[in-house]
Design a protein around this ligand. Structure first.
Ligand SMILES: [Fe+2]
Length: 175
């Protein structure tokens, strides 16, 4: 009986050790920025869910306007969470992605379990967009200090959207 030589066996896959991240941002700065972006991700996801909830549950004479407006807004927020999560990954950290993590990280309240009146929905969303803008703005000093232009660019884009959306929603509350 021929002996099987060890060398003829299929090579055993060995998990490669992750290579060190060397993009010119210190480990400490990457951790601080990823931490800030985790708050921004949780805020954005929570605001996405609340906006989709309101799209489903809005009632009253403004139904059609708000139902469609909320759809545009939740679609934008849904598309926004991916680049935020992927920037966290590019900085070498895991992206939070569970309701428990988002609940612990977000600065926004969860959507009310009883659907509010239409204009109260608008008020809640104004406050939500303003809260996300404050979270995004609070990360700027970290990104600036570290020379992290991709994060600063992402924050600029998110601030533009949240401040513009807050203005549009706020306008609905005026006489
Ligand atoms: Fe729908």
């Amino acid at each position: 009986m021929a002996k099987k030589s060890k060398s003829s066996a299929a090579p055993v896959a060995v998990a490669a050790a992750p290579s060190r991240i060397n993009i010119g941002i210190s480990e400490k700065d990457r951790a601080a920025i990823a931490g800030g972006l985790s708050h921004l991700l949780a805020d954005s996801y929570t605001l996405y869910l609340t906006t989709h909830n309101f799209h489903w549950n809005v009632t009253g004479p403004m139904f059609n306007t708000l139902h469609l407006m909320f759809m545009g807004q939740y679609t934008e927020l849904w598309n926004a969470v991916d680049p935020i999560a992927e920037r966290i990954r590019a900085l070498g950290h895991p992206a939070p992605g569970s309701y428990a993590q988002f609940g612990a990280l977000t600065s926004l309240k969860d959507a009310p379990s009883t659907p509010p009146k239409a204009l109260d929905m608008v008020r809640i969303l104004v406050e939500g967009h303003e809260a996300v803008a404050r979270t995004a703005r609070s990360i700027f000093p970290l990104a600036d200090k570290a020379g992290d232009e991709p994060t600063a660019d992402l924050l600029t884009q998110r601030l533009t959207v949240h401040e513009q959306t807050a203005w549009m929603l706020r306008s609905l509350l005026e006489d």
